[in-house]
Ligand binder design. Structure first.
Ligand code: XIL
Length: 374
């Protein structure tokens, strides 16, 4: 274990005794933010839904305090923006952009193309017509409306096959309609319509030492290399970093090497969807929280050491809003309240009651350390 590793993890474990929120320099009023989370040059953000922000003042305060960027969790998806052909629903995305503007937050547009976010009518027409104007029309309506407020975009989300040892690209509606050149074409389409924007592809399953994830790292590097050689306008790669305690441990040297290879391809790297899936829900809460926080601290110690890594975004801020299933599966409205603290997956910085957990302090510590060494 390196000296810096001991420093970060050691400080994390000490902090998990729980410094009171205010003593740590975090105040509820407006723009006085947690220092670590605004540390330059690494910015910090979260994926959010407007309905949750609107309903919960404490969540709004946490976002304003902690974040300098946000990602729409669902509102920017094609199926959300154009549920029927030519019928657009921009309302929630507009609200989120207005919130970001009011509070000086950057917005990352997620995602122009994602196999999981194509409306049913779009899937049918892509299959039948194979007509690029479907994609161009969607890019046009989205980018024309939001290019002024959105500095960076996931142009293609999850282009790789789940196991890329056969064919590297996912058999998506886009691959089937347009062939393997669709990723480059999408980047060029986005660039033509938003020439100032930073354009990303975004992937999951790049973090652990198993044959599938090792193969995914190689496939991603090869894809980015091909795009770069073709002169495609790709400015960044999003590494989702949905960490998972059943897959660990992270191998710091391998992770470091992967990020260095990506950086050598001259792309910015964003950690775009950080959270932790727990494995053992029966352990005491303190133990669960420490395991999650240590995983993140170890991951970020490597990731934030890479100069090409520009930002960290958590996939939500509180466990209550996490997309990850808890003990016994998804939590539904109306469950016995006393059972809930143990039921939630505890893989985000704040618990369901908006109390910061050791993961929160781990993030602060890691971002502060990266600022000191930057
Ligand atoms: C998830 C959202 O969190 C869910 O609410 C939604 O139902 C499905 O999508 N990778 C991504 C994200 O790029 O867009 C996904 O978000 C999580 C996996």
């Amino acid at each position: 274990m390196s000296a810096s590793r001991r420093g970060v993890v050691g400080a994390l474990l000490a902090a998990s005794a729980f410094a009171p929120f205010a003593r740590a320099g975090v105040h509820a009023e407006g723009r006085a933010r947690a220092p670590a989370c605004t540390a330059r040059p690494k910015s910090f953000g979260a994926a959010l839904r407007f309905s949750e922000l609107q309903a919960e003042p404490a969540l709004r305060a946490a976002v304003i305090r902690d974040c300098d960027r946000l990602t729409p969790e669902v509102h920017m998806m094609w199926k959300a923006l154009e549920p029927e052909p030519g019928r657009y629903d921009f309302a929630e995305m507009d609200e989120l952009v207005a919130f970001a503007r009011t509070h000086g937050l950057g917005v990352h547009g997620h995602a122009l193309l994602w196999h999981d976010a194509v409306p049913a009518w779009g899937q049918a027409r892509l299959r039948q017509e194979r007509d690029w104007s479907l994609v161009a029309g969607h890019f046009g309506s989205t980018l024309d409306r939001y290019a002024a407020d959105v500095a960076s975009w996931t142009v293609v989300n999850e282009p790789l096959a789940p196991d890329p040892s056969g064919s590297p690209l996912r058999s998506s509606p886009f691959l089937r309609a347009f062939g393997s050149g669709y990723v480059e074409r999408a980047l060029r389409e986005a660039h033509a319509r938003a020439p100032q924007a930073r354009l990303f592809i975004n992937e999951y399953g790049l973090d652990y030492e198993n044959p599938v994830e090792q193969g995914r790292r190689r496939a991603l590097l090869a894809l980015v290399d091909t795009l770069k050689r073709a002169g495609a306008p790709i400015h960044g790669v999003g590494v989702q970093a949905h960490l998972d305690l059943s897959k660990g441990p992270i191998d710091p040297d391998r992770l470091r090497g992967f990020l260095a290879e990506l950086a050598a391809l001259e792309v910015e790297i964003a950690i775009t969807e950080l959270d932790v899936q727990e494995k053992d829900f029966d352990a005491p809460l303190e133990v669960r929280d420490r395991r999650v926080a240590t995983e993140v601290a170890q991951y970020l110690e490597v990731a934030l050491d890479q100069p090409a890594v520009s930002s960290v975004t958590c996939w939500g801020l509180t466990d209550r809003h996490s997309w990850l299933p808890g003990a016994g599966g998804r939590i539904v409205a109306g469950e016995a309240v006393e059972a809930l603290p143990r039921r939630y997956n505890r893989g985000l910085p704040y618990d369901a009651e908006l109390q910061p957990k050791p993961l929160y302090w781990a993030l602060r510590q890691s971002l502060a350390a990266s600022r000191l060494t930057a």
